[in-house]
Write a protein of this length. Structure first.
Length: 386
């Protein structure tokens, strides 16, 4: 019997599925057979010999099937029914409801984020890093994510998607990168070197082949990326003898919920840069013509440790004796004392008085250009390039 195009396609799909989910090829073939209603792959072969053919829509369904992740627990149970329910659940997961609460689920730079009103959960691409649960509501206010049952549902939705994302990444890698051989030898997905022992440039950790493959080539100790993982500790003085083995708790498959809850509400950090921004904005409120606007933009503002703010205004651009009322009000709100200084330095354009008569910056620009054309000198000549 010659192999049909469809059969070759089925086998290719099984190969991709095996790679993405880090399972053996015969297991993938059996799962695919299961999807088509056969108890295992050999039954499918037998049926095809008797004339069974795969329908076009079945093939399309399979293409979608292999793109989905294989939840570890479901695989152990091997129950296709459960599997289908899980997949159907995942498919509608972009926008959905947990109880009465709406959520959206998305992937951002390989991290998975699930979020709703007042909360979000980020599951990092690196399986060794802890998901972060953020709350954005007052302590007293009701936040669904503080309900353990809700939290578990949301976390598992995000984790399932993270498994899918990681599978897509590892599907592009050599098979040996995610599946150690019998001696625990694995191949680096980028450098393609092979070893059963690896070293982290970032934390000097010693990592086994199985550990690094399971953690998708992120250091299980410090989370460093695959770029920092090497088969030789070339930076070590003693060939890595002093490096300690990295401890891992099997982050990928741990059953215990492991996450960190943080208060994600915005916190005010009034540093010098932000104070200056507010004061300058207030100076612009105080400016009544183009000249003063330029003065506000050019003002030198500094904040000192003694809760004082210095505002140095250029006398040609800001009338001496004019109080910047708004700037003073902002400083008072911030608890800052103001020291106003008038200075005389270089101004950006000649004839600052033009800015006092112009009603807009474009009008000012025209007046300024005309004045330079009429009264200004010719531009400095550039020396000829040799
Ligand atoms: Zn490390």
């Amino acid at each position: 019997m010659t192999e049909t195009k469809e059969f070759r396609r089925l086998k290719a799909l099984a190969k991709r599925y095996a790679r993405a989910n880090r399972i053996a090829q015969h297991q993938a073939l059996n799962l695919i057979a299961g999807e088509l209603g056969f108890p295992h792959w050999t039954k499918l072969i037998a049926a095809s010999k008797k004339g069974w053919q795969i329908a076009t829509e079945q093939m399309a369904g399979l293409e979608a099937f292999v793109k989905r992740p294989l939840p570890a627990a479901t695989f152990r149970n091997g129950d296709p029914e459960t599997m289908n329910r899980r997949f159907a659940y995942l498919d509608q997961a972009e926008h959905g409801m947990i109880g009465n609460h709406a959520y959206r689920l998305q992937e951002v730079f390989h991290d998975v984020i699930i979020a709703g009103e007042g909360w979000s959960i980020r599951v990092p691409e690196n399986p060794g890093l802890t998901p972060i649960v953020e709350t954005f509501t007052h302590q007293e206010a009701e936040c669904p994510v503080l309900d353990p049952e809700f939290l578990q549902t949301a976390l598992s939705l995000a984790r399932d998607r993270a498994v899918q994302v990681r599978a897509e990444i590892s599907a592009d890698w050599p098979r040996r990168s995610t599946k150690p051989d019998l001696s625990e030898v694995v191949r680096h997905p980028l450098s393609r070197s092979e070893s059963d022992l690896w070293f982290c440039l970032h934390c000097d950790g010693k990592i086994t082949g199985a550990q690094i493959a399971q953690n998708l080539w992120h250091c299980p100790g410090c989370g460093a990326s695959p770029l920092d993982i090497f088969d030789t500790p070339f930076w070590s003085d003693d060939d890595g003898k002093s490096f300690l083995p990295v401890k891992t708790d099997g982050a990928l498959d741990r059953d215990e919920p492991d996450f960190r809850i943080v208060d994600g509400r915005p916190k005010l950090d009034l540093n010098e840069e932000k104070i200056i921004l507010l004061i300058r904005s207030a100076l612009l409120d105080d400016a009544t013509n183009i000249s003063e606007k330029l003065g506000a933009l050019q003002a030198e503002i500094s904040v000192d440790d003694e809760n004082g703010v210095w505002i140095v205004l250029e006398e040609d651009l800001w009338p001496e004796g004019k109080d910047p009322v708004q700037a003073l009000a902002v400083a008072e709100l911030l608890g800052l004392e103001v020291e106003l200084v008038s200075s005389s330095s270089t101004i950006p354009f000649a004839w600052p008085g033009l800015g006092e008569i112009a009603s807009s910056t474009s009008e000012y620009t025209q007046l300024m250009l005309d004045a330079y054309a009429q009264y200004g000198g010719s531009p400095d000549r550039k020396p000829k390039e040799s």
